[in-house]
Design a binder for this molecule. Structure first.
Ligand code: 7TS
Length: 415
């Protein structure tokens, strides 16, 4: 781990950053959507396909053994990354969305009954809303929503008042992708445990930014996506407590997840394979290990410190631009700034910034109910990663100020 980080050196590890977009050096501020990949991840992918591509867990030959070892080494790496006690508690999925669906379908179908209550928050990504809605419709269960304040913080007292012995499951986002709010999940987990509810944390936006320890948190499930932690797309993980995963029925049926199949009856494989039907995404899984090693090498604390200093710097500069309104001003935030500019639609803002080589995301960020709470249809959002710099923020703030000036002059002319 480096003591203080040399951002220019880190940037050299990301070939995609070294390019011009629309005639300007690329400023990539869309990291909450997906992060860029360091060379070691690209080389691991290439190395797998060039060197030992093979199916896992079945071949009697050398390449198959090599592929299986590399695949399982990532499981061990992910176990360590989230602080789980056992490797069999780590199930590979396509990403956060598939992991939440796995829990909603498998745990939900087996253990949620008519009249039970499932609690989510007003700031969930659609992937932590829709699977629970589907389950509630199927089972006659009730979906309850933890409200959010105008600053973008959860109302913990309202949450505690909503909890009852009817609450069987609480699924909340650890860090909001639209607002950057870090939720007090310790408080949520402690309160949920008191009524015996299981808790799932959506870690899509917490996993890239700070240390995760699922045992200290005592959550029942934690899910994340590899592509947001400098790894490939199409691979993510579900952590679940062993005794809960053991009690859950399989999600998908097929090869790999079985012990024995006859036409009369199938017995299922043990954990984690019970939940990994079919040939998995081997190459991307192998390279996910390198992404986690990249993070370990830089150090999560160094990443958090750097990103937080950028967040404070950008927030201060943006507040000084006339007509800018920040959406989401929670006390505890990471890495995301959502904003609006008076008189300019966020889509147009995104296009004007893109013309300057600056990549941000615009729209509802797959959190339409949250946007409804704020009475808006979307925001412009910048989201930061370890390779972003103060200079990039200066470039962004300058471009934003120019746009603000241009539009306020136009307004003056018209009036
Ligand atoms: N949960 C949160 C909090 C997210 O931010 C995202 C993706 C997901 C779930 C779904 O992850 P996936 O990897 O399964 O797609 N968020 C975003 C975003 O903010 N912009 O694009 C994708």
């Amino acid at each position: 781990m480096l003591n203080s980080i040399d951002i220019n050196k880190i940037r050299e590890e990301f070939p995609v950053l070294n390019q011009e977009v629309n005639g300007f050096p690329l400023v990539y501020f869309d990291n909450a959507a997906t992060s860029q990949k360091p060379t070691e991840v690209l080389e691991a992918l290439n190395g797998y396909y060039r060197g030992y591509n093979s199916n896992v867990h079945r071949g009697a030959h050398t390449l198959a053994a090599k592929a299986t070892d590399a695949f399982e080494a990532t499981r061990e790496k992910v176990r360590d990354f989230v602080g789980a006690a056992h490797t069999e508690e780590i199930i590979f999925t396509k990403g956060t969305t598939e992991a939440i669906n796995l829990v909603a379908y498998s745990y939900g179908r087996a253990f949620i009954k008519e009249g039970d209550e499932i609690m989510i928050s007003a700031m969930e990504h659609h992937s932590n809303i829709v699977p629970w809605q589907v389950l509630c419709e199927e089972k006659g269960a009730v979906l309850k929503i933890i409200p959010v304040s105008s600053e973008g913080e959860l109302d913990y007292e309202a949450f505690e008042n909503l909890l009852s012995e009817k609450t069987k499951f609480v699924a909340v986002v650890h860090v909001s992708n639209s607002l950057g709010t870090v939720n007090d999940v310790q408080r949520i987990i402690a309160a949920a445990k008191k009524v015996g509810a299981k808790v799932l944390l959506d870690g899509a936006q917490s996993s890239p930014h700070f240390n995760i320890d699922v045992q200290a948190l005592d959550c029942d499930f934690y899910v994340f996506s590899g592509h947001k932690i400098y790894g490939p797309t199409g691979i993510g993980a579900l952590y679940g407590k062993k005794e809960i995963l053991e009690a859950m029925p399989p999600f998908l049926g097929g090869g790999e997840m079985i012990k024995e199949v006859t036409f009369a009856k199938t017995t299922y494989n043990e954990l984690p394979y019970k939940f990994e039907a079919g040939t998995p995404n081997i190459g991307d899984t192998v390279a996910l290990k390198n992404a986690i090693e990249f993070i370990e090498r830089i150090g999560k604390d160094n990443i958090a410190d750097h990103e937080n200093s950028l967040l404070l710097y950008a927030t201060e500069k943006m507040r000084a631009i006339p007509g800018i309104r920040l959406v989401g001003t929670a006390k505890n935030k990471v890495s995301v700034i959502s904003f609006l500019m008076e008189g300019v639609h966020h889509f147009d803002l995104g296009m004007m910034l893109d013309a300057r080589g600056i990549a941000i995301r615009t729209g509802h960020h797959c959190t339409q109910p949250l946007m409804n709470e704020f009475g808006i249809d979307g925001t412009a959002r910048l989201s930061l990663a370890v390779y972003n710099t103060k200079e990039e923020i200066d470039t962004f703030v300058k471009a934003l100020s120019n746009i603000a000036n241009r539009f306020s002059k136009q307004k003056q002319k018209i009036s």
